[in-house]
Design a protein around this ligand. Structure first.
Ligand code: GLY
Length: 323
């Protein structure tokens, strides 16, 4: 008698919906290594930077850090790093976390005036006995580590904020400019898994608000023996359902990456249904990568895209979605 995991490994489930989750896409993307995947199809450039490391048999952790830094540095990306949209008081604050193949992790939240929170998060992981630094403490640490202080509010982001102030209404926007947080997951040639997640958070958020992206288990989770997952979209929904940790646990139970992402999306939907709250203006998208290099994605609504780079090249993908 095959147990569930052995049964899935046989691959005959390609055409058979698994009980209770109604998914017919089992094993849609088979595994290979190295591989890198990242949220939103704008991550093509970020994937290039990660791939340069991965194709030279480099370390997955270096790949995800280098990859997401491309977006942190890009002032045209208004949801991550330099050029990110500010909070309702006109202040840009950044959140990020990183997790490696040993299950070590580091995070910074509410970081101001430093454009690469992912690298500060890695320093927290490697140079301190802690996993998370916040606000002024994170800033002091970044300074002590030699990061360069700068103003993160670009003229474009300031103009957008001034326009928003005309009405000053806070409403989440679905697929905002078609990208928000960048979450990136990589498996290197040696089979080491790592992940990174970085954001300027929800535009026009309350001063001090922190979302899912820097929270291990919510915006990102890596279990070196199973797989990794990351999230984008409205962070509050991801935190309430421990999205990325849930996905990794579902992969542990034998679900494919896409099925695991779908289960996490369904968890958000059922929670809101129970409470009579609407998800009409809410997007959450998940990515997952297992330790064999198979990957998948799922979102609440249409429009969540992602980018994958493996032996088949660097390409844009559309996620499956729920409604
Ligand atoms: N997912 C980004 C945030 O909600 O802050």
């Amino acid at each position: 008698m095959l147990n569930r995991k052995q049964f899935l490994k046989t691959g005959f489930l390609g055409a058979i919906p698994l009980a209770g989750i109604g998914c017919t896409n089992v094993n849609k993307f088979t595994g290979s290594k190295p591989v890198v995947i990242a949220t939103w199809n704008t991550a093509i450039k970020a994937n290039e930077a990660a791939w340069k490391i991965l194709e030279n048999e480099g370390y997955a952790l270096d790949a995800v850090e280098a990859g997401v830094r491309v977006e942190e540095d890009d002032p045209m990306n208004m949801s991550v790093g330099y050029g990110g949209r500010p909070d309702r008081e006109g202040i840009v604050s950044l959140d990020a976390c990183i997790m490696d193949d040993k299950g070590e992790c580091g995070a910074v939240v509410f970081l101001q005036n430093y454009k690469n929170p992912i690298s500060v998060a890695r320093k927290v992981m490697e140079e301190t006995p802690h996993i998370m630094l916040a606000g002024k403490g994170a800033q002091q640490f970044a300074k002590d580590q030699g990061f360069e202080e700068m103003d993160l509010l670009t003229p474009k982001a300031k103009e957008a904020w001034e326009k928003w102030l005309e009405n000053g209404k806070y409403e989440p926007e679905v697929n905002i400019e078609n990208h928000d947080t960048i979450g990136m997951l990589a498996l290197d040639a040696e089979g080491r898994l790592s992940g990174a997640c970085t954001t300027s958070g929800a535009a026009w958020k309350m001063h001090g608000r922190v979302g899912d992206s820097p929270l291990i288990g919510a915006g990102l989770f890596v279990d070196p023996e199973i797989g990794a997952a990351c999230a984008t979209g409205l962070g509050e929904e991801v935190v309430k359902t421990a999205g990325s940790a849930l996905i990794v646990e579902m992969m542990r139970q034998g679900y494919s990456p896409e099925e695991a992402c779908k289960i996490a999306v369904d968890r958000i939907i059922s929670r809101n249904k129970r409470n009579g709250t609407s998800l009409k203006n809410t997007q959450v998208g998940y990515l997952a990568l297992n330790k064999d290099g198979a990957f998948g994605a799922y979102s609440i609504q249409e429009g969540f895209t992602y980018a994958v780079y493996n032996a088949d090249g660097n390409r844009k993908m559309d996620s499956e979605f729920r409604s």
